[in-house]
Design a protein around this ligand. Structure first.
Ligand SMILES: C[S@@+](CC[C@H](N)C(=O)[O-])C[C@H]1O[C@@H](n2cnc3c(N)ncnc32)[C@H](O)[C@@H]1O
Length: 194
């Protein structure tokens, strides 16, 4: 098995990755993360999805590939320039709505529940964590990546990541698994309290 050989990729992926390099965006999700997002998205028919941190739309494209025709994705970023790449390549898909907004403000006013949240920005991960998790339906998934040391991390970032992992692992009412794979993934599922 070679987990870097990913055969089925979103139609727009090559073009988005090329534009991502052209605009110098260095925080894009890698293909193994994308493949996992596609697979997890397919577990939620007619699902409501939220991506915090659109970037140039790489995670967006993978989520859309796994989603069925009745599903909907909200994707949020506060950087007009990078989100424009995603809009140009993906906004013709009626299942996605792009929000140019601060992720924290979006979370404070968002309509619950979501079936899957890909939290790939500071808000919803290192801030506003309670708000993000409170939006999950029972059985809903909260997915984060970049938990293994990355070249672009500032010096003080590693302890924040360790604290986040500990916080999620010990949170009552949630079941989680950490994967030291791809950029470092955590999948956290809201347990049904009934
Ligand atoms: C890791 S990148 C997202 C990558 C993208 N999800 C992908 O799959 O390639 C993080 C993104 O979060 C955005 N961001 C940072 N702070 C934010 C905030 N306060 N509100 C919304 N977006 C924010 C950045 O502009 C950046 O595009």
């Amino acid at each position: 098995m070679n987990d870097n050989e990913i055969v089925r990729v979103p139609v727009a992926l090559d073009a988005i990755e090329q534009e991502t390099r052209q605009v110098g965006f260095t925080m894009a999700s890698e293909r193994r993360t994308g493949s996992l997002l596609r697979t997890l998205a397919a577990t939620k028919p007619a699902g409501r999805f939220l991506e915090l941190g659109t970037g140039t739309g790489i995670g967006t494209a993978w989520l859309l590939m796994g989603m069925d025709a009745r599903s909907h994705l909200d994707s949020v970023d506060n950087d007009f320039a990078v989100q424009t790449v995603a809009r140009r390549r993906l906004a013709n898909d009626p299942r996605v709505t792009f929000h140019l907004a601060d992720g924290g403000e979006f979370l404070m006013t968002a309509r619950a529940p979501y079936d899957l949240i890909y939290a790939d920005a500071w808000p919803g991960k290192f801030s506003h964590l309670d708000a993000a998790l409170s939006l999950l339906r029972a059985g809903g998934m909260y997915v984060i990546d970049d938990l293994l040391p990355q070249p672009n991390w500032p010096a003080d970032h590693a302890p924040k990541v360790s604290q986040l992992i500990t916080e999620l692992e010990s949170r009552p009412g949630f079941e989680s698994t950490s994967l030291a794979w791809s950029s470092g993934i955590m999948i956290v599922v809201r347990a049904d309290a009934t």
